[in-house]
Structure formats: C-alpha cells, structure tokens
Design a protein around this ligand. Structure first.
Ligand SMILES: *[C@@H]1O[C@H](CO)[C@@H](O)[C@H](O)[C@H]1NC(C)=O
Ligand SMILES: *[C@@H]1O[C@H](CO)[C@@H](O)[C@H](O)[C@H]1NC(C)=O
Ligand SMILES: *[C@@H]1O[C@H](CO)[C@@H](O)[C@H](O)[C@H]1NC(C)=O
Ligand SMILES: *[C@@H]1O[C@H](CO)[C@@H](O)[C@H](O)[C@H]1NC(C)=O
Length: 554
C-alpha cells in the first residue's frame, strides 16, 4: 500500500496497528474499534486485503488494512480466506440487536425448581428409580440442558426439542439449536445427542452419560427450520404479473469471473449494495468460477456453484435477489407473451454511470453489461468514486456456506468443543530460504514440540491448521498432545457424508471435489475456534510473514 493512500487515511492511522493484530475482527470488541469500523463501514471504504503468498491458508483472519482512498478503495491481492458477514461483529450491523437469547444457567434453574415443586406434589414416583425413563417428562430436558451448559461452555444453546427415547429405555435422544459463542453472527446450527439418564429419589434426573456429536439419531431433525440447508432456487414467481411489477438490477458477467474469491466478494457486495441503494432486486448468477489462486494445483474451474461457498438461503432472506436463469426465463417468457407490453429495460455499458444517476430511472430492468476491456469490466468499479460514499456494501448478507460450517461444527463436536489450535505455515515459504530463512526449521515437529511446551498444556487436543501435506508429518507431537489435522476428518466429506449428499443435491448427483478453498475455509475456521491459537509468524518463528524485513510494514 502506498504512502499516499495512508495520508488520506490519517484519522485511521493511529488505530491501524491495532487492526493489524491477529484476528482483530473477531476478538477486538472495544468501543474504539467498534466506532472506528462503524465509521469506516458507513463510508464503505473498508478494504479487505489479503496477502497470500501462501494461497493454501491465510495466517489469520483479520482486516489487515483499512484505507480511505476513494479512488482505490478495494481489495488488494487475492487470498484464500474470506471475511464475510459472520466475521463482522454484530454491533457493526444496523438492526442486528434482536438476537435470540441463549438458554442460561438461571433459566434452567428456574425451570428445575418449577418441575421439582410439582413433583413433590406427587406427580413424580421415585419408585421408578433405575427403571424406564419417560423422555417427555419435562425434568429430562432440564437435566440435559443443565449438563450441556456445564459440558459445553463454549457454545450457546437455543430451542431444545422434546426428547425421544433412544436405543433403550434408559436413554433419550434430543435435538437443539446452538451457536458457538465466538461466532458473531446469529447463525444457528443443530446438534442431536443421546443421553443416558437416571431418575433419583429426589425426583430429579441425572445424566449418566453424554453421547457424542450427532449421536441422538432418533431425534435427528429433518425439518428443523433454519438449520438444515435449504437453498433450492425458488420456483418461478407465482403470477407472471408479479415478475412484471418487479424492479431488477442485472449485471452481466464481467472481468471478475474466475478472479480470486476476495475480488468476487468485493464485487458482489458492490452490486448488492447498488441494488439496495436503488431499491431493486439483484439478479444473481449461481454459476461460479473457482480461481486457481484459491485452489492450488488446479486451473481456474468454471461450472462450480455459488452455494458451495456461500449461503444462498441467508442471502435471499437478507436482501432481495433472484436467480439469474430463472430471471432470464421469466423475462423472455413475458416478452414472448405480451408483444404490446414488453418489459422496459435500460442497458448501461459504462461503469462510470453512477448509481446516483440511475436513481430516477424507471425501467423495470437496469442492465449493466461490463463489456469494456479489463479492468473497466470489474463490477466493483461501479462503487468507486463518488459512489463509495453512497453505496453500502451489505456485509451481513453474505455468509459462508452452511455446508462448510457444518463440517467445522462436526470437527469441533468431535473434539468436545475443547481444543487449542496452531497454524503452521510451510509449503513454498518453508522452501524459500532467501525470504524465510528459519521457517522450515522452526516448523519442524521437534522444534514445534519445544516451542509449544510452555504454551499448550500437555495432553490437550491440538488442531493444526496447515498447508503441510505430507501425511503423518506432525506425528511426533503426539507424544505430548492429541493432534488433529483436517485430513483426519475426511469422512466428513467422503461419499455418503452429509456434506456429500447436500452438495451433490446441487449437481444432479455429480460428485463435488472438496477443493482447496473449502479446505482453507474449514482449516482457518478451526484455527479461529481454538481456545488458544498460536500463529506461525510472531509466535513460532521470527521470520516475517511476507519475507525478510517485512515484519514492521506500515
Ligand atoms: C490506484 O491504482 C492505480 C492502478 O493500480 C494506480 O495507478 C494509482 O496510482 C492508484 N491511485 C492511488 C491514489 O494510489
Ligand atoms: C411421560 O410424561 C409425559 C409428560 O409428563 C406424560 O404426559 C406421559 O403420560 C408420560 N408417559 C408415561 C408412559 O408415563
Ligand atoms: C423502496 O421500495 C419500497 C417498496 O416498493 C418502498 O416502500 C420504498 O419507499 C422504496 N424506497 C426508496 C428509497 O425508494
Ligand atoms: C447420504 O445418502 C446416502 C444414499 O442415499 C445414505 O445412505 C446416507 O445415509 C446419507 N448420509 C447422510 C449423512 O445422511
């Protein structure tokens, strides 16, 4: 980033170093940061910059640089990891203060007292101790809620379902919604487990055993609203006349196609921002091209699906969008049937025609064509210049795919939501002794073992997020820790897995590769969720992230 950019960003300068701290977005919640980012978000001058010489995995998730150049306020290089709506603290998202309340210790206590006082009136028969458990007895759910609060302090639970009998009459299966406490968004997930219980003489239930993640098969929710993936393209507008009444903003595919994920996101958010500004429905192309930059060892790959990576269901709820194929079909259908009432559309071929100039535009369809040569065919250019000050990028509308996040949750679940994480950058950087003279040695298993000694307690679960692909490379650490890497969980995306079934549902059964970007997303998410997380640069090696003498970049 040039010095001149920083000059124009002078009000931000003092705070910038804070933002450079690791995982600032998630962790820093102090008011100062909040106010700063509110100011910045409202000017839509956030620049999410990724510096990914290591395309496999971005060291940590943070907005590393914020600057206010009107001209060039954009992402810089592309990287593997995205900041999406979930990562922006809720305080930054207007109208997001109505989050549902998690079930608390005092809620459970109150419920327990109510049930017990009833039981003492003779409803409970303590003679049934050791006998069959009636899973729909309210006391059962309370006992389970109580034990969950103790056992999983890092998750918040919401909305328990009535338990049902498990595999025998001493067991109950139960489903509930939860979200990790660290997650800033309101997004919910589901868990369902099996519990072994006992009815005490006091009429209270005690939980003897807590089942593993997703062990409560009998309570498995099929239609648990808001937690299952439900991102089918909505059927054709019921009445064609409704389609006719709509106002649309249609962007043809521009130069962003097959560019890296962060450019795609920066551009899409610009487009969605313009649509919101103009009060129009945005026409969304689900056909996605995964850039080679996000998928090491591959060419650019067309024909992927937006829904592999992003949450289309949430997007439809958060803002007005219509899927492109359906839009084009309805548009053509209408015009073919109504020769005297063609849908008015206006083509805009120059991105310099600003959203403000289009405000009074009455045509049903505004169609930006992006046919100029690169880089004038990038979507995000619409949001440059004066438009920067007016268009708000709707960050909160864009979440990561729930399919991927469910994998993250499954891994967390199988680690009992209790693990530390380290990020070990190796790959090409470790080979490049000129720029990273010590990295390879510093990240060797024996060196890691030595360095982690006083950082992570022995026998802890340790998740290693890494671009080291050699199987068993970290086995030496198993002497001191329970070590896990992404590959240990490959069943989660293998044929027959939930992820596999849910992604092939989008491709007519064609197998979907668990690609480099997905891996990086899951790995970095796991890293962020560790109780302690230890970075390569700054913590495991004195080498600098971007090569020698870059540690104090301004
Ligand atoms: C903006 O970017 C262009 C092209 O990358 C560059 O030539 C120009 O100097 C930049 N403007 C500023 C203010 O840095
Ligand atoms: C189980 O408990 C529920 C709720 O208290 C009650 O309605 C039901 O009759 C009980 N079932 C049996 C078999 O006791
Ligand atoms: C946007 O559209 C809604 C519904 O059609 C309308 O009520 C509202 O006034 C519009 N807002 C602006 C700024 O045009
Ligand atoms: C995925 O689908 C297969 C075949 O329909 C089924 O056998 C399997 O149980 C499904 N997996 C999950 C996790 O639902």
């Amino acid at each position: 980033m040039s010095k001149s950019l920083l000059k124009s960003a002078s009000p931000l300068k003092g705070i910038k170093s804070k933002l450079l701290g690791e995982h600032a977005v998630r962790v820093i919640t102090n008011a100062c940061f909040g106010l700063l980012v509110i100011a910045v978000v409202s000017l839509t001058v956030i620049a999410v910059t990724y510096q990914p010489p290591d395309p496999w995995l971005q060291p940590s998730r943070f907005m590393s640089k914020i600057f206010t150049s009107v001209e060039n306020a954009t992402y810089q290089k592309d990287g593997a990891i995205l900041i999406t709506g979930e990562d922006v603290p809720d305080i930054l998202i207007p109208g997001s203060d109505t989050a549902p309340k998690a079930i608390s210790q005092s809620d459970v206590q109150a419920a327990e007292e109510a049930v017990l006082s009833k039981a003492l009136d003779g409803v409970c028969d303590p003679n049934v101790e050791g006998k069959a458990i009636n899973c729909s007895d309210p006391g059962v759910m309370i006992a389970i809620e109580k034990v969950n609060l103790e056992k999983f302090p890092d998750i918040e639970s919401f909305e328990y379902r009535t338990p049902v009998q498990g595999s025998d009459e001493r067991e109950c299966d139960i489903a509930w919604k939860f979200k990790p406490k660290k997650d800033n968004s309101k997004r919910m997930y589901k868990d369902y487990r099996r519990y072994k219980l006992q009815l005490e003489a006091s009429c209270a239930y005690t939980v003897l055993e807590v089942g593993d993640w997703h062990s409560g098969k009998k309570a498995r929710p099929h239609k648990f609203h808001g937690v299952a993936v439900n991102d089918k393209i909505p059927a054709q507008t019921e009445a064609p006349s409704n389609f006719r009444k709509g106002k649309y903003l249609y962007y043809s595919r521009g130069g962003d196609y097959c560019k890296g994920m962060s450019q795609f996101q920066w551009s899409l958010l610009c487009a969605l921002g313009e649509a919101q500004y103009l009060n129009r429905t945005f026409v969304l192309d689900l056909d996605f091209c995964l850039s080679a930059a996000n998928n090491p060892g591959h060419e650019d790959e067309k024909g992927k699906d937006f829904r592999f990576y992003f949450d289309f269901e949430h997007l439809m709820e958060a803002t007005s969008v219509i899927e492109q194929k359906q839009f084009l079909k309805e548009w053509t259908d209408w015009n073919n049937r109504h020769s005297a009432d063609q849908i008015p559309s206006k083509v805009i071929s120059d991105f310099k025609v600003s959203p403000m100039q289009l405000q009074g535009e009455d045509s049903s369809i505004l169609w930006r064509t992006f046919e100029l040569p690169e880089p004038d065919n990038y979507w995000y250019r619409v949001c440059e210049g004066e438009a920067e000050k007016v268009i708000q990028r709707p960050w909160s509308a864009l979440w990561k795919s729930k399919r991927l996040m469910n994998i993250v949750n499954s891994i967390c679940g199988s680690l009992g939501w209790d693990f530390d994480s380290i990020h070990v950058v190796r790959g090409q950087k470790a080979q490049n002794k000129e720029l990273w003279p010590n990295l390879e040695a510093d990240t060797s298993p024996s060196s890691l073992l030595e360095k982690l000694k006083d950082k992570i307690q022995e026998l802890r679960n340790v998740y290693i997020a890494t671009n080291e692909l050699q199987p068993g490379y970290f086995d030496e650490l198993k002497a001191s820790y329970k070590v896990f890497v992404l590959e240990d969980f490959k069943d989660l995306w293998a044929p027959g897995s939930e992820w596999y079934n849910e992604t092939t549902a989008l491709t007519n059964g064609q197998p979907v590769e668990f690609d480099g970007h997905m891996r990086a997303e899951v790995d970095s998410e796991m890293f962020m969720r560790g109780k302690k997380h230890i970075e390569t640069f700054g913590q495991l090696t004195s080498d600098c992230k971007d090569g020698v003498n870059t540690c104090n970049y301004s």
